[in-house]
Every structure is written in C-alpha cells, then in structure tokens.
Design a protein around this ligand. Structure first.
Ligand SMILES: [Zn+2]
Length: 234
C-alpha cells in the first residue's frame, strides 16, 4: 500500500504517527510525507523565516529517512494556514501525488490553528480526489483512501477509536522526534517537559489504555461511502 502522512509542521508526523509509519514500513509499504507549512516562524534564535524553513525542512528530511519516505513541502506560512483555493489545490495535488491507500493527518478539532486547518483541508478534499474538474497539478486518482486523524498534544480532547501497538518501535520513535533539533530548542522555551519525552508520555498513555506498552491512537474519517477501513491500520 501507499501510506501518506500530512502534517501541519515538521515534527507533527514524528510526534503523532511515526511508530505507525515504522510498522507500515517494516511490513513493506511505501511511505509519503506532505507538510502544509515548514514551521517557518518556529524560532527566536534563527533570524529569518526563510532560514527557519530551511532548517526545519532539513530536519524533516533526516526524519523521513527513518521510513525511506518521499517528502513534499507545500510551504505555506506557519501560523498562517487558511482554507483558500490555493491551499486546497496544493493539498489535493499532494494527496494525488502519493496515490494513497491510507492517509494519516492532524484532527480538525485540534486547537492549534495550522493543525486544524490541515486536518479540515484533507477531510474536505476526500470527495474531490477523483474528479477531473477540481484544480490540481496532478491528475485524478481512482482510489478511495481511508483517512485517520492522529492524536492531539497531551491527548487533550482526543478519544481514540483505534490503537496501533508501537512498542517495538518506541525507541526509534523517540530518536526520530529528536531529529527536530531546532524545534526541541524552541519548545524548550515554553514547556517544562522535554519535547520528545512529552510525546512518549502520550504514547505510553495510549499503550496503557490499549493493553500494550506504547501505542498511537487514531479516529477514522466517516462520511457516506467513505468510512475509513480500520483493518488497514497495522
Ligand atoms: Zn504542529
């Protein structure tokens, strides 16, 4: 299968679904990553947005090697992502580029604005992937992918419907999160807890809930005719 993860910022994918991607990869599936923003406002140390974007994209590419993933950067502004004809075209093109069987993305009810808009865009575009008349840089696809929303930081207002046991990949997940060196420093200015540790606490909580050591939780997208196939999760 082709598996596509669509994140709002470099680090979202590693924090919320990297264990699941590692399981897909171990089973021989192909991994694609798309980033709606390059997190270009995410530093008080690096002087310009262009340099922050370049730093964070480089970090994302290092993380992507963990799953042998192909990466597509859409490069909209950090904290400035909106639902517009331009963002719709770019996200639609990214989904078609990956020709996915499964899509993982931020939940639209996340209070982080870029997370919410990313999840909303992906969900809203699900019914337009096969249509010739929808603006896109990539031809329509014939698959009807299953879409799953990943967790929210600290597990706030997120009740998983499905859990993926990532116990065998927990160490690798922590090391992939730590490839986002600049973000770890930036988050360290706001939060008491270490960036990677906070994500692993959440994975441990989802493991506790599901009877495993470490897990990642998901909620399926459901609309008539396009209910996510939960059997496609690893
Ligand atoms: Zn984020």
């Amino acid at each position: 299968m082709n598996i596509l993860a669509v994140g709002a910022h470099p680090d979202d994918i590693e924090c919320f679904c990297s264990g699941t991607l590692l399981r897909y990869r171990a089973a021989g599936h192909r991994i694609f990553l798309a980033l709606t923003t390059s997190g270009n406002a995410g530093s008080n140390v690096i002087p310009t947005t262009a340099e922050v974007a370049a730093t964070r994209e480089a970090e994302q590419l290092v993380a992507a090697r963990g799953y042998d993933a192909e990466v597509r950067f859409l490069r909209f502004d950090d904290q400035g992502l909106h639902d517009t004809p331009q963002t719709r075209r770019a996200v639609r093109s990214a989904i078609r580029w990956a020709n996915p069987d499964v899509i993982l993305t931020n939940p639209p009810w996340d209070m982080s604005t870029d997370h919410a808009v990313t999840g909303k865009l992906v969900a809203d575009l699900m019914l337009s992937l096969g249509g010739n008349l929808h603006p896109s840089d990539v031809p329509p696809i014939t698959k009807a992918p299953s879409l799953f929303f990943w967790d929210i930081a600290a597990g706030l207002r997120f009740d998983p419907e499905a859990y993926v046991d990532i116990s065998e990949h927990a160490e690798q997940k922590a090391s992939l999160i730590n490839t986002h060196v600049s973000q770890r420093a930036w988050m360290g200015e706001f939060f008491e807890d270490d960036f990677a540790e906070a994500s692993m606490v959440l994975s441990r909580l989802r493991g506790l809930q599901s009877g495993t050591r470490y897990a990642e939780g998901f909620v399926g997208y459901q609309i008539q005719g396009f209910v996510a196939d939960y059997r496609l999760l690893p």
